[in-house]
Design a protein around this ligand. Sequence first.
Ligand code: C2E
Ligand code: MG
Ligand code: MG
Ligand code: MG
Length: 294
Amino acid sequence: QSKQSDTKPVVFYRRGMDDSYIRLIDIEPELKQAFANNEFTLHLQPLFNNSGSLLSSFEALVRWQHPQRGLIAPSQFLPFIEELGLATRLDDWVLEHCAQLLSRWRALGNEVLPVAVNISARHFQNPELVIKLKSLFRRYQLNYSDIELEITENVAMTDLQAGLNVLQQLQELGIRVSIDDFGTGYSSLAYLRRLPVDKIKIDRSFINELLGEHQDSGGNIVRTLIELSHGLKKRVVAEGVESAAQLELLSQMQCDQMQGYHLSPPINLKMALEMLQSHWKTQSANEKMAPTGA
Ligand code: C2E
Ligand code: MG
Ligand code: MG
Ligand code: MG
């Protein structure tokens, strides 16, 4: 277990033959309770620029603050949320809370950095999503660039036409979309060309292999992904950057944004605001040093 991980894996129930059925019916009332009692909580993981030195955005990652079991990681409860048909409800909760957060940050008088929200597969196929987002941005008076969406590549691929429609509408509004965990799904770079998305997030399994035993092949795959994505005018994010050596190599490969434990684990909202405020300070100090700066 990683010491930097901010959530502990929790074993809910003893494994058995009919284990998934038992677990689901047992956990259902607890999850409904979680919505009713507002037991979900958001952590934010910072993303940095190409050199890893400048904060550039955040990703919202949900946790379940269980009254008895403590902080529970999404991998432990999201499958149940999906199975119970509660994924859209959770996404809506996350979107609403991120919008609230951004409007509080904005009220502090500075330019906010974007927050990315993960959107579940089924939710993304729903045309209601665009209508809901429009109303959300209006209610909180946010810019369309303040919230970015992350979808996995399979989302856009399973029903390509539905996915394309939603993506086109989002693009027209100026809401940016990233393809998450890129390289783990079944899409190809040929499809990528057709998808109006802004960013590709290279899955951390590729970043992991960069300097491992398969150094050459790993390095070549990531370099090729970055070059092809840039050729398609898409920005590239490296997920799961865990060492200075990985950061340096990715930086040389012109990867646009960096995310991972080496730079920062997901942090609570108070720490995220502190990080944003120190970013604001650095920015204004830089502006003073270069008053004519374009
Ligand atoms: P993801 O969207 O790919 O998010 C990145 C995951 O990698 C996060 O796990 C993050 O804590 C972890 N991570 C970040 N840096 C490193 C690193 O350097 N090394 C390693 N080993 N891991 C790193 P987390 O928070 O447990 O979330 C897991 C997945 O659950 C997310 O993967 C996303 O697919 C899903 N998820 C999280 N929050 C939400 C949400 O609000 N809504 C939806 N629909 N899905 C969510
Ligand atoms: Mg994500
Ligand atoms: Mg990801
Ligand atoms: Mg991932």
